[in-house]
Design a protein around this ligand. Structure first.
Ligand SMILES: O=C(CO)[C@@H](O)[C@H](O)COP(=O)(O)O
Length: 228
C-alpha cells in the first residue's frame, strides 16, 4: 500500500477550518480529532462540524473519536460524511459489532490503541478492521513529543498483519514529524497523522509532500516492505 499522509486539524485554526483544509492539497485524508473531555482531558468538535467540513473539502475525512460511548456516536459520524471512523479499543463496549456497523454504513472501520494498550488481545479482531491506529503520544493534545517506546508495538502489529495476510492499514498519530516519520515507516506504519509538523509550518502542503517523500524512502528500505 502507498504511504498516506493525514494532516490533523487539531493544529489548524478552528475559525478557518475550510481554508485550512484547502491548505493541505495533496493530503490523502484530513484527520479530525473528536474529543469529549471525558475519554481525554480536552474538548474539540462534534457531528455538526464534521458535516460542514465534509461539504467544504474534497479530501476525505478520517475521524478519530477520542470519546466515551463510541458505540452510540460512531455511526453518526459516518452519516455526517466521514470516510473513515476510528474508535478506541479502551472505550468501545462491542468493538466487533461497532466495526461491522461502520462498514455497513459505508465507511472504513478503524480501532485505536492508547500507548499502554497492547495489540495482542485484539489479534483475532484485526480482520474486522480496515485500519489500526497506534497512538504515539497519550491522546488529548497536539504538539507532544513522540513516544519512541511505541516502535516495538508498531513492529509487532506489522508482523501480525503480515502473518495473517491482511490488507489492514497501520496508522500512527502523535509527534509524527520530519524527525520521527522515518522510524515509524521502518517499523511498519503506512498511514501518518501529523498536526504541528504540517500546520505549524509556513507551507502546509509542502510539509505534506516532504513527509511523504521521507516516509516513502524509509518504506522502500524497510524489511517488512521488502518481504512483499
Ligand atoms: O490525536 C491526536 C492527539 O490526541 C493527534 O491527532 C494530534 O493532533 C497530533 O498532533 P501532533 O502530535 O502531530 O502535533
Amino acid at each position: 500500500m502507498a504511504v498516506q499522509i493525514n494532516p490533523s486539524i487539531l493544529s489548524a485554526d478552528f475559525a478557518r477550518l475550510a481554508d485550512e483544509a484547502q491548505a493541505v492539497k495533496g493530503a490523502d485524508w484530513l484527520h479530525v480529532d473528536v474529543m469529549d473531555n471525558h475519554f481525554v482531558p480536552n474538548l474539540t468538535l462534534g457531528v455538526p462540524v464534521v458535516e460542514s467540513l465534509s461539504r467544504a473539502t474534497d479530501i476525505p475525512l478520517d475521524c478519530h473519536l477520542m470519546i466515551e460511548d463510541p458505540d452510540r456516536w460512531a455511526p453518526q459520524f459516518v452519516e455526517a460524511g466521514a470516510g473513515s471512523v476510528t474508535f478506541h479499543a479502551e472505550a468501545a463496549a462491542a468493538p466487533v459489532r461497532l466495526a461491522r456497523e461502520i462498514r455497513a454504513k459505508g465507511a472504513r472501520a478503524s480501532m485505536a490503541l492508547k500507548p499502554a494498550t497492547p495489540i495482542e488481545p485484539f489479534e483475532d479482531l484485526l480482520p474486522e478492521l480496515d485500519m489500526l491506529l497506534i497512538m504515539t503520544v497519550e491522546p488529548g493534545f497536539g504538539g507532544q513529543a513522540f513516544l519512541d517506546i511505541m516502535l516495538p508495538k508498531i513492529r509487532r502489529t506489522r508482523e501480525l498483519i503480515s502473518r495473517h495476510g491482511l490488507e489492514l492499514w497501520l496508522q500512527v498519530d502523535g509527534g509524527v514529524s520530519a524527525e520521527t516519520v522515518e522510524r515509524c515507516a521502518e517499523a511498519g506504519a503506512d498511514v501518518f497523522v501529523a498536526g504541528s509538523a504540517v500546520y505549524g509550518t509556513e507551507d502546509p502542503a509542502a510539509a505534506v509532500r516532504s513527509l511523504r517523500a521521507q516516509a516513502e524512502r524509509a518504506t522502500a528500505g524497510a524489511s517488512w516492505a521488502c518481504a512483499h
